[in-house]
Design a protein around this ligand. Structure first.
Ligand code: ZN
Length: 403
């Protein structure tokens, strides 16, 4: 990527020197600002070194994407780009010495192309511009709950959380206040196995959630935590319980995992918004008896409910408007928000029309963020408690109560 013929060592060093002189101060200035002073490949900060003590100096190298001279001996020199554009910032990358050498080698072997280098450069520059525009106090405390779901579990890594909160609107910097060991997750239910094999599963899960969230509550009371970002992958009743225990003292953004691409925890921006509504599917004069089916992404039928939910119950159904529930009903924040509005309206209706109900039997076929929201949006003390059922292979069984 040096200008001039890419021969070895001494000559290459001399030509790099010549290149630095040739580039205008304005171009150099622009490149360093756009790169945020970091290598545009490995992100190493290039204006200081602290490996052998702290030193401030410039370790950056400005590398041409299309070689500086037009002949084929210059790296990618025969690529169609006018000579006067080759020393412009658009054709330069800021790199550390190691990556500069690696790239030259990779290009020699045909592993990098001009298009790929340009793509990497633009991606890095857009990222630097985005994150340097986020107000400095925009921090969010990460809360992760991970358990097994029928043999499956996922990792919710720090970089995944970071990326999801940075690309959310409004963007926030992830803060892992509870993850003291800088690995793993804050609330880990994986060692509990699954409820089918562990009769005290939900009892222990509640204790673990209570214990870890105590630290969050202390942080909120001390004004150290002003916002939460919640990432959950666990059985539905555990998620509802987590949501309820998070409370509403500070704002919370809920994230959920998608499987369609590598950006698992990013909400989609341009998917259509799904609306929700509710209806009474079985009516009974006994206003104090209420069951609720939430079919957000799956279908629970009336006949699947356990025998104790008999004809004396009022049964409400909350579901997507105009479509059958399917796996992709909640891909955007707007869809999640519409679900939450509908759920809160239904809870308010139950509070006014079914005053005597003190417990609602709840059956959920819902994605993780919806499940967490069902706990989060329940008003403590004022609204009835939820008796949340878990779907085991053959039947529904009571898992836990919230509120
Ligand atoms: Zn580098």
């Amino acid at each position: 990527m040096n200008n001039g013929p890419a021969k070895k060592s001494k000559q290459a060093g001399a030509s790099k020197e010549a290149q630095r002189k040739a580039l205008s101060p304005k171009v150099k200035h622009l490149l360093y600002v756009r790169a945020g002073g970091r290598c545009q490949l490995c992100q190493d900060y290039l204006l200081e070194s602290d490996e052998l003590g702290y030193y401030e100096f410039n370790r950056g190298e400005m590398a041409h994407i299309v070689g500086q001279s037009l002949n084929a001996t210059s790296p990618r020199g025969d690529f169609p780009l006018a000579k006067e554009l080759r020393d412009e910032v658009e054709n330069l990358m800021l790199l550390c010495a190691r990556d500069h050498q690696t790239i030259d080698k990779a290009i020699e072997e045909g592993n990098f192309t001009v298009e790929l280098l340009r793509e990497l450069k633009h991606e890095r520059e857009a990222h630097i511009k985005h994150v340097t525009g986020i107000p400095q106090n925009q921090h969010t405390c990460i809360v992760r709950l991970v358990g097994r779901i029928r043999g499956n579990t996922v990792q919710i890594t720090r970089p995944e959380c970071n990326s999801a909160t940075l690309h959310h609107h409004p963007a926030r910097f992830a803060n892992f206040a509870l993850d003291y060991h800088r690995q793993g997750v804050e609330i880990d239910l994986t060692m509990l196995g699954e409820p089918e094999e562990n009769p005290s599963y939900y009892q222990t899960a509640q204790l673990l959630i209570d214990r870890e969230l105590q630290l969050i509550r202390q942080g909120i009371e001390r004004d150290e935590i002003a916002h939460l970002s919640v990432f959950g992958f666990a059985r539905i009743p555990a998620l509802v319980y987590l949501g309820f225990k998070l409370g509403s003292k500070v704002g919370a953004t809920l994230f959920q995992r998608r499987r369609v691409d590598a950006k698992h925890w990013h909400w989609l921006r341009d998917a259509p918004m799904q609306q929700f509504d509710w209806e009474l599917i079985q009516s009974s004069p006994q206003v104090g008896k209420v069951a609720l089916i939430i079919n957000a992404t799956g279908c629970i039928h009336r006949w699947e409910l356990p025998n104790n939910i008999d004809d004396t119950y009022n049964i409400f159904l909350l579901k997507p408007t105009d479509v059958d529930p399917h796996a992709d009903t909640v891909l955007t924040v707007e869809s999640l928000n519409h679900f939450r509005q509908t759920y809160r309206r239904l809870m308010a209706h139950l509070e006014s029309k079914h005053k005597s109900v003190d417990q609602i039997h709840v059956f959920l076929a819902a994605p993780t963020a919806v499940s967490i929201a069902c706990g989060l949006d329940l008003m403590p003390h004022v609204q009835p408690s939820l008796l949340v059922y878990d779907r085991t292979p053959r039947e529904f069984t009571v898992a836990l109560a919230v509120n």
